[in-house]
Design a protein around this ligand. Structure first.
Ligand code: G6Q
Length: 549
């Protein structure tokens, strides 16, 4: 048994949960007309209304006691003071330094000057490309930017570039190639012209198989198209911590934008990894995004747990995961520009907290990260919301929406917001048998038919949601929103006593595919019994013609 589940704060929550049965949020709202005020927080331009959660007066204090018991305040300090909290890789997790405005010490050395140096280089380069003074090998302005990267070197820039579409430079079209499936690159190459395309090879390690395969093919294509290897230095830049490997690939040192091992892949959007975004929206807007994140950082570091937004989101998640047995968490942005935000959070949350041993290597005896998923509203309403309303699992959900749209066209935004609000109300209230009965009676349904339909049309309600509202989706509010979730994940990791900053599961995938590749064509190896029968048969069947594929 781990200490967490035996601890006083945990046991108090188990007891509290047992006494919770039979409580319905409808009644809680009826009993306290000011419930929303009690459970609303604001920070960095974001508003969190968490009143539609399964909370009574005693609940949050018990969750705060758990956070204190697990030393969440101490962990927050350790992250901000550059401690090596990523213990299995012996690294700090210091992404907050990338958006800091005051000195940030790592091993006694302020990292902010290096951060600002790279940012100044990003500004020179992005300004040059955007104003046409940095051009391709034939002298033409660069119009297409292809980011080649995967995982943390793809999802953040991709999500944010889509989210900030209204801020984009009109000449520059961004593309993102991540999948090793050649289709991904091939389809992008069909749409761009070599002489006006900039390739950004984004890879922290510069050893990732998918990225190197895509970068090598893109390089070959460019040389074929432009007829000279010299074109590479005009059309390729790299974002990496591995300067030796970028040089080996043939990218000029002054076209390499550096970052550091204390920037985790899924926390790297704020570093040089954001170059594709910065090219699209310009460095001023990029820095606005950093400022939004910094505002959330300051809130997170300085605000008591009781009114701390990331802490609150984290503890609510723990309440459902560990005490109600929720195994999934939905993220439902009511903004088409945030279409990739759920996918981004999937990596942030599931790669960070998809762990089953504690920091000391002991197996946990409690659930950690739930499955995170979602799609933009209102599309999801016509698809999977059925399960949210009437399915058997409890799926807590975050609803996210802006008050103002970038595209105020006719009635669209009013319709969108009405749906956003109606869904959380419906999930909270449900529909009682009495309500369904009177509705069906009013429709003139005969008793027998009515009774048959009734159980199908009733909704239990009592399904928890958070409403996260921003004024408008801007670089600043997006920065604050991303940082909110980064810190939520961090707090959950601290409570669960896991390392949120390593990813050995990802590393395993990187090794296994290489092993199979090494064995292809080596019949002795494939017969040697090093794989199970299924794996060996698949290798023989699917890779028998691998030279041709
Ligand atoms: C992120 C992970 C992982 C990583 C990719 C790409 O936290 O470590 O998603 O970002 O595997 O790695 P490189 O940037 O090294 O190519």
């Amino acid at each position: 048994m781990s200490r967490l589940t035996e601890s006083p704060a945990w046991k108090a929550l188990v007891t509290h949960h047992a006494a919770f049965r039979g409580i319905h949020m409808r009644e809680l709202f009826a009993a306290d007309p000011r419930r929303n005020e009690r459970y609303t927080l604001r920070a960095a331009g974001l508003t969190l209304d968490y009143s539609k959660n399964l909370l009574v007066e005693a609940t949050m204090p018990l969750l705060h006691a758990l956070a204190r018991q697990q030393d969440v305040p101490g962990w927050i300090e350790r992250m901000f003071n550059g401690s090596r909290i990523n213990s299995t890789e012996n690294r700090a997790a210091f992404h907050v330094a990338l958006r800091a405005t005051t000195p940030m010490l790592l091993d006694g050395h302020d990292v902010v000057p290096s951060v600002l140096r790279v940012r100044a280089a990003m500004r020179r380069f992005t300004d040059g490309v955007r104003n046409g003074s940095i051009v391709g090998s034939t002298g033409k302005a660069l119009c297409s930017v292809v980011n080649i990267g995967i995982g943390g070197s793809d999802l953040g820039p991709l999500m944010a570039t889509l989210a900030l579409t209204p801020y984009r430079h009109t000449r520059i079209t961004p593309y993102f190639v991540s999948n090793v499936d050649g289709t991904h690159l091939a389809e992008v190459l069909k749409r761009v012209q070599a002489d006006t395309t900039l390739f950004i090879v984004a890879s922290k390690t510069f050893t990732t198989q998918e990225t190197l395969a895509n970068a090598t093919s893109a390089r070959r294509w460019l040389i074929d198209q432009l007829g000279t290897e010299d074109a590479v230095r005009h059309h390729f830049v790299a974002l990496s911590t591995n300067l030796a490997a970028t040089g080996h690939f043939g990218i000029d040192a002054e076209r390499v934008f550096e970052f550091w091992d204390w920037v985790g892949g899924r926390y790297s959007l704020w570093s040089a990894i954001g170059l594709s975004l910065a090219l699209a929206i310009g460095m001023d807007e990029f820095e606005q995004m950093l400022a939004g994140a910094n505002a959330m950082d300051t809130h997170f570091r300085t605000t008591p747990l009781e009114s701390n937004l990331p802490v609150t989101l984290a503890l609510l998640g723990i309440w459902y995961t560990n005490f109600f047995g929720a195994r999934a968490h939905a993220v439902l942005p009511y903004d088409q520009y945030l279409a990739r935000f759920p996918a981004y959070l999937q990596q942030l949350e599931m790669e960070s907290n998809g762990k089953s041993v504690t920091r000391d290597g002991e197996p946990v005896d409690y659930a950690t990260c739930p499955v995170v998923w979602g799609e933009p509203g209102t599309n999801g309403q016509h698809a999977f919301y059925q399960l949210l309303h009437q399915g058997t699992p409890l799926v807590p959900a975050d609803f996210i929406a802006p008050v103002y749209s970038h595209n105020p066209m006719g009635e669209h935004h009013r319709l969108l917001v009405a749906n956003f609000i109606a869904q959380t109300e419906a999930l909270m209230r449900g529909k009682t048998h009495a309500e369904v009965r009177s509705e069906l009676k009013a429709q003139g349904l005969a008793d027998e038919a009515l009774e048959r339909l009734l159980p199908h049309k009733a909704f239990s309600g009592n399904r928890p949601t958070n409403s996260i509202v921003l004024d408008r989706l801007t670089p600043h509010s997006l920065g604050a929103l991303i940082a909110l979730y980064e810190h939520k994940v961090f707090v959950q990791g601290a409570v669960w006593n896991i390392n949120s900053f390593d990813q050995w599961g990802v590393e395993l995938g990187k090794q296994l595919a290489q092993r199979i590749l090494d064995e292809v064509g080596d019949s002795a190896a494939s017969r040697s019994g090093s794989h199970d029968a299924s794996t060996s048969a698949l290798i023989r069947h699917m890779l028998r013609d691998s030279a041709r594929i």
